[in-house]
Design a protein around this ligand. Sequence first.
Ligand code: TRH
Length: 401
Amino acid sequence: MKPVSGSQMKWEIFCRAVDNYGDVGVCWRLACALVAEHGVDVRLWVDDWKTLSRVCPQAVSDGARVAGVELRRWANPFPMEEPADVVIEAFSCDLPKEHERAMAERKRPPIWVNLEYLSAEEWVLGCHGLSSPHPEWPLTKTFLFPGFLEGTGGLILEEGLLYRRDRMLEAQSRADWLRAFTREPLREDALVVSLFGYEPFELAELLHYWEEGERPILLLVPEGRSLAGLERVLGIALPLGEEVRRGALRVVALPFTDQEGFDALLWRCDLNLVRGEDSFVRAQWAARPFVWNIYPQKDGAHFVKLDAFLALYSAGLRTDAANALIAFWRAWNGRGDTVAAWPAFVHALPELENHARSWCAALAGRPSLVTTFWQFVDTSFKKLDKIPPLQNFDGLGNPPD
Ligand code: TRH
């Protein structure tokens, strides 16, 4: 659906980088998709431009427009601007108070949406779409929850992504693609693994096990916490682009790339060790076996989230494959023995590969989070003043006369 009205509406997304890259990564992705798929005029406010420029290298100056998104520096004091028609507050980042006041003073208060963190937990179903009034001003905030289940907001899946994935895989063989990373050809049965985690548990033991193993393993590690952890474990410094070999294990350090480059890495590997929220979702669109290093929370609260997803994801698997998946995922997150869990997990990979494909196809059949946002806003505007559909909307907060 491409309503012509999208370009008349002004949207803005507020993003505060808690840590790592995911908050910014998700907001940047959402902003680009709204522009590309609905012609929306989006302003993206980000506080941490160092992180933004990692996922969006063109983010060099306040006010720059990249992929149709206006990038703004969320500085303090906040550079006051007229609030947009639609305000998205990412991950309850708390809007600048003066901006909230300006929102309340508009002739028609903006549609205000809070984008929540992704979870597979059941309670999300009961919270998705709920609203709450502002304690002081005539404003209402609605909570949209991404999710895997019908009745949640879905996941960000850019139009045409899976088609582009398949064309890219057809256009170039893996051997040709790998030549950019490693000089030596790979044995046919080698396992190509991407590692983008935090500080995975028992990494040293697992690397040693791989070194001693019969099957060659090529580990592709983007710069960041995983590479630093791996260098500590191997007791070496591994410059970007360089390779180190230990027995059956080969490790290549990769430079951090933009999000498209990261997708391409995930599409090419046999197994993706991912983390957080956005790479966790992107691994599912890669339709390859993956392992989730969940963002750790105090007192182990993240295990509830991990197990909720495992319950969903393992439902379609044969018992031994499901048990192997669950055991390795839990061990990778510190609950269990990673090395002991590895043989059964790697044995289950062929089934996990088929499962990853059918999971991806099933997820892709649902409305994306971008569509959820668009439909929610479109419906809200119609409800607001019973005005005709958005295409007649002047975008300045005034309905057509
Ligand atoms: O970086 P993360 O650990 O971010 C985390 C999570 O989002 C978590 O939910 C949140 O609570 C916490 O931040 C504060 O993991 P994530 O979510 O996978 O985000 C990584 C982003 O980095 C993702 O958008 C992909 C992108 N990326 C690149 O663009 N290029 C790269 O080379 C790599 C390795 C990643």
